[in-house]
Write a protein that binds this ligand. Sequence first.
Ligand code: 13P
Ligand code: SF4
Length: 300
Amino acid sequence: MTKRVVTLAHYYTQPEVQQMADKVGDSLELSLYAQEAEADIIVFAGVRFMAETAKILNPKARVILPDADSTCSLVTQTDVTQLAKWRNSYPDHVHVSYINSSAEHKALSDWIVTSRNVDDVIAELYSQGKKVIFSPDRNMGAYLNFQYGYDMPLWSAVCEVHDKFNETALNEAIGAVDAAHLIAHPESPLPVLQRAEYVGSTSGMLNWVKGYQGETKDVIFVATEDGILYNMRMARPDLDLRQAPIYAGCQCNSCPYMKLNNVEAVKRAQDGIGLEIDYLTTEQMAAARVPIERMLAFSQ
Ligand code: 13P
Ligand code: SF4
């Protein structure tokens, strides 16, 4: 019998890879799609924590990551033994973790959030009088503390891609054009986020661009990985969309892990060859599923 293969791709993958996918989206959309997918094989053209999340949500499917080296700096910068000690030092706090985390990390969390629902989940917890600690993204946590006046203790890892966006280079680029707008992903450094008129997930930024009604001659700087510029330009070819600079004159910020998903690797994965997510134990998956499902129920 023919195998049902479902291919998912994140916005940061190359256009040719996105064109091979049944669904392209942000982390939340891809998790929801993976959960519902009726598939024998799910090919996840993204990074490893995303493929692990898909496996946790749809354990019957074989989940294949096209390239075993597609990791994420938020995962590699977090030592889970140290994280457990940190978590235990706040016994009366709720531990909210960004989805960019390993399955072991998720199992140490009360809630998982994505960049799309993090504001709402934490607002809900504070409205219930809860105390919150946030991991692993220090930039995202600093932004939430600044924006809403929270005092969450933060774990200290960063996205090595977004952390490069530079305020000085940005000011220079904005100063060199007549009129500019800035939208940004919350993994960016706080001074960049403080300048942005919109901060949100990859899908959130894409929707902002789709709905843009300002002057088409204005320059729109986008502080996120360059892959999504493809989707934005397809949606609004009339706009002057530019990636925010990481140093003067450079619009050149890519995620090396997302870009490992090339056409050949994805084709091989569709034939079942790649890193199969078959190493998580039933107990690990069950423990990680609890905070993920809490988030999905909240977001639906
Ligand atoms: P989104 O959930 O906004 O797609 O972000 C995923 C990611 O890895 C950003 O670097
Ligand atoms: Fe991780 Fe950053 Fe790459 Fe997203 S862009 S997968 S957060 S390293």
